[in-house]
Design a protein around this ligand. Sequence first.
Ligand SMILES: [Zn+2]
Length: 482
Amino acid sequence: MPLPLADLLITGGSVLPGDPRDGRFARADVLVRDGLIAAIGPDLEAPGAERVDATGAFVLPGFVDTHHHLWEASLRGLTADWSALDFFWGVRAHHAGAHEARDVHAGTYAGAVAALDAGITTVLDAAHAVNTPEHAREGLRAVRESGVRALFCYGLTTTPGAEAFTAEQRLADLRALHANEFTSQNAATRVRLGVAVNDIGSVPWTRTRTEFHLARELGLPSTVHSRSLWGELSAPEITWLHRDGLLAADQVHAHANAATDGELALLAEAGAAVSSTPETEVMLGLGYPALARAAELGIPTGLGTDIQAGSPADPFAWMRAALQAVRGQRHQRVLETGGSTGLGTPTPSVRDVLHHATLGGARALGLGGVTGSLEVGKAADVLVLRTDGVHQRPVVDPVATVVLHSRASDVDTVLVAGEVVKRAGLLLGGRADRATDLADTTWARLTPRITSRGGLLPPRPEGVLKHMAAAGAANAPEWARS
Ligand SMILES: [Zn+2]
């Protein structure tokens, strides 16, 4: 039985309670008790409580990352100048299979600690390098050791090179993990179990159906890469799921860039969520983020990192990339049709993206009642953001200061469920040394394996894309095959 955490009082900060979109900053203290926010108000009395002085700083809800493959932090920087196709071929088809269970542990731990350092307190980990049952358990162990709040989504993807762990065995292993460790999970459980189903079209439709049915049977939320490919590699995936009765409210559809407005309406009707990862979507070539289109239909919509192989775990970067990509796309359309005189107020706003990075993301993960905003009774997932940087003053609009003028290095203190994981700018519990050590050691271990399997980016055999397109068509639902 763990000892109850001592009361903690965050004093004197400029606190942002309620939906961050409303920007209602107020000078207040925040009392944390038993992992929850017990009170928010001026001059709170809490004799004996440990104190965190937030004078002159912002007190914000922790950020929520709705799509992240934490294990890929073992490959930081590798995919810098790659396209989505290079990524599929290099990382998914090759390097995933080169990861031993201890490499998945190391990457996942390093990835989660970097997330915490930047103020991310909740993450959906789409753990798709499950080459053996041990890989799943090592990834899960790393998430738990980091201290982050997580929806650990067991990856059902068959990794090339790890076919010995069959599709049927994966389903059975997911059942076993659920039965052994997660039968009593509820929304407030720090690390919960979910399912990351196979990319649609990459496996026969009967298997796609089985995976979604299993998630439903076990009562587990699920996530899927959705509508992120274009042209001959694309398919009306959301329409297929809808027609087969497989859409549900506890699903996170990652990317959805190529989704039509009609398909987004199907997600809205089902209550399913969308995750946009603007940095990777724009840089790898998945298309402009669906973020604003989805949000405008009332879909719970969050932001995320996706892959640390090519992007930082940095919510400030997500928010700015979202503004740049979505506004850029919308502006361009106006400029090309009506010229500069057609420009109106840009959307989304800084308030919108702050919402998506916090409460919107929490709602997308089904955790809107637990985290994503500072409210009495919610988990104490809190960050203190310094505002004394030369890059931040004056503070004309606090929301703009957070979104446009703050950096991950301004994150001073981070609490997850009341546990202080970062204080005075430093990660606690030996996390920083351990994470850098594990990341470096793992990369050193992986390098010869990757070299012997064709190098950092193995040459793509001719015809492999045609093969992918043909497989996608063959894996359509029976009734959709032409
Ligand atoms: Zn992904």
